[in-house]
Design a protein around this ligand. Structure first.
Ligand code: IMP
Ligand code: MG
Length: 183
């Protein structure tokens, strides 16, 4: 650990090395599955940015990269369930393979909303890759095709995951000490 925020971390759940090893495996799997077919990677802002940046460098098929954003109203650690659309992609995905790259699927409501939008534009295929899966928290029918790690019901920070917009720049993932949680 080497980050000023380290003092707020109660427990390290995934080290930098564990994350990078698993992301390389995911990239190899995705590369094998698509071969030399072109894909459109949709990185879901903001949490998936570090993950997506590392993942795409392990994928060998041709690709375009685009960004989409949504948020749940009023939610920090608990999802309220009301999704607000914030940013659309610029690519035309009609007839193309789409791969969503997301940091975590919790209730699944955010990604359900975004993938429903994209399906209306008739992509050739649509798959989901998430770094973390909180399957026990799911409130909608959403099944990722590629999962980095299965997570129980922990609230995590680091490597894209934030608590009130902080901690995204850590290179590992941990849980906060109770005294670091202010609301
Ligand atoms: P969902 O719509 O409930 O699946 O919400 C997913 C979003 O909630 C993620 O993209 C994250 O932004 C956020 N989120 C869920 N769990 C965590 C967590 O443990 N730490 C930080 N953010 C989280
Ligand atoms: Mg997010």
């Amino acid at each position: 650990m080497n980050h000023p925020f380290d003092k707020n971390i109660a427990q390290v759940l995934f080290t930098k090395e564990q994350l990078q090893k698993r992301i390389a495996e995911l990239g190899q799997q995705i590369s094998q599955d698509y071969g030399q077919e072109e894909i459109v990677v949709i990185c879901v802002l903001k949490g998936a940015v570090p993950f997506c940046a590392d993942l795409v460098r392990h994928i060998t098929c041709p690709m375009a990269i685009d960004f989409m954003a949504a948020s749940t109203y009023g939610g920090t650690s608990a999802s309220s369930g009301v999704v607000r659309f914030q940013k659309d992609i610029e690519e035309d995905v009609y007839g193309r393979h789409v791969l969503f790259v997301e940091d975590i699927i919790d209730s699944g409501l955010t990604l359900r909303y975004l993938t429903d939008h994209i399906r209306l534009r008739h992509p050739k295929s649509l798959k989901i890759c998430c770094l973390m899966d909180k399957a026990v928290k799911r409130k909608t029918d959403l099944h990722p095709d590629y999962v980095g790690f299965d997570l129980g019901d922990h609230f995590i920070v680091g490597y894209g995951f934030d608590y009130e917009e902080s901690y995204r720049n850590m290179d590992y993932i941990g849980v906060l000490k109770p005294e670091a949680i202010t609301s």
